[in-house]
Design a protein around this ligand. Sequence first.
Ligand code: AMP
Ligand code: ZN
Length: 468
Amino acid sequence: MELKLYNTLTRQKDVFTPIKPGAVSLYTCGPTVYNYAHLGNLRAYIFADVLRRTLVYNGYKVKQVMNITDVGHLTSDADTGEDKLEKGASREGKTVWDVAKFYERAFQADTKALNILPPSKYTRATDHIKEQVAMVQQLEKNGLTYTTQQAVYFDVLAFEKKYPGEYTKLSGQKLSEKKVGARDEVYADPDKRHPADFALWFLRVGKYADHVMHWPSPWGDGFPGWHIECSAMSTKYLGKHFDIHTGGIDHIAVHHTNERAQNIGALGTPAVERWMHNEFLVVDKGAKMAKSGENFLTPQSVTDKGLNPLAYRYFCLGTHYRQPLSFSWAALNAAANALTALYTVMAQPGLPKVGCAELEAKFLAALNDDLNTPQALAVVWETVKSDYPLSAKKRTLLKFDAVLGLGLSKVKKIIIPAKIKKLADERLAARQSKDWPRSDELRAEIERAGYTIEDAEDNYRLKKIREK
Ligand code: AMP
Ligand code: ZN
């Protein structure tokens, strides 16, 4: 079945065909490890995980690379350019390296709790300084940079001249409208030529004279700009032409626009075939959940409320990734209840047998329509409520879970003791011989033992109602 995916670059859903038959190369913009990932960030990784699992479900082999941004980068305009990692380090009385290590591990634990599969490869920015310097050198050689006393910049106007229309292709913004990138704005540099120019390499001078992380470079001691790491590492591990690059929509106008320009400028090719972006998780009044905001919720916040973190995953699946998702505890509770109801179905005795082909086809059609997970969840419930035997439903739900990742295969089966099963068999025999008083007696006995029995055609269904 055809897989259609929305491409930010072409602004349409189009049929996905991998560059190399059977294999997909996927790059996911990873976390900046100076704090915990909040639920908004994790929405981005749940989206990338569902994408990856959908590709696998469609029979592709997927190589997924994710960067770990462990070099300090500047915080938003609001707090005018502090280094994120140094900020984290002074907050916690640790070294920047320890902060990065700590939050990298925390990120991996959080993604595990949300059943997000680890990428084929994590790549740390600090392990790839050489590659980043080499790419900046290539850009310099191609006449697309200039150096001031503070930094080496990407020269957007020179790039536009060489590749007309390419710089703004991803964002669709006019260059004249382009605001200064929030992340990489160098403190007022009088020699910066255009507001859209961005730093490729910061020099360890002026405000950054004491910058903790620094490396030698042809331009002097310093540290890389933010965008260059993704260009250098994605093309190192996935090649000069790879299939998909993901991230949140906030990355379109600055980070990914700049990454694309760097690729074209240094390699002569945009490298990325398809860009995919998830919408935001928003909190009250539609504000984006942000690391600097008050509403900073993490998987731990979910656990603290006594909820399974996978309820958050279920909650995310209920809204299409290209729609904003509004967070509320009431909605998360509803998701948790739905998940428990699914677990209850899975916990019923009965081995998964042949699945429900018609529903499986519907599920695949939903996913292959640009990852329509709300529709896929509707098919889940259609399956649960269908007349298929429980064993078939379970089989199908387990298949679905290869993409949904709701932990259905880990649900403990309810083991019905032989004694109860014997009573149920006796009751079935009593019903078949229309001995209703005996049947009622046996039902009462079964219930006293902590089980309910439902009649099914020529059979019965036992459920545990309480611990005995
Ligand atoms: P960062 O660690 O800030 O680079 O963010 C990691 C990922 O989370 C990026 O792909 C962002 O685009 C994404 N992101 C940040 N905030 C949100 C949000 N509120 N909702 C969804 N995605 C977000
Ligand atoms: Zn990136």
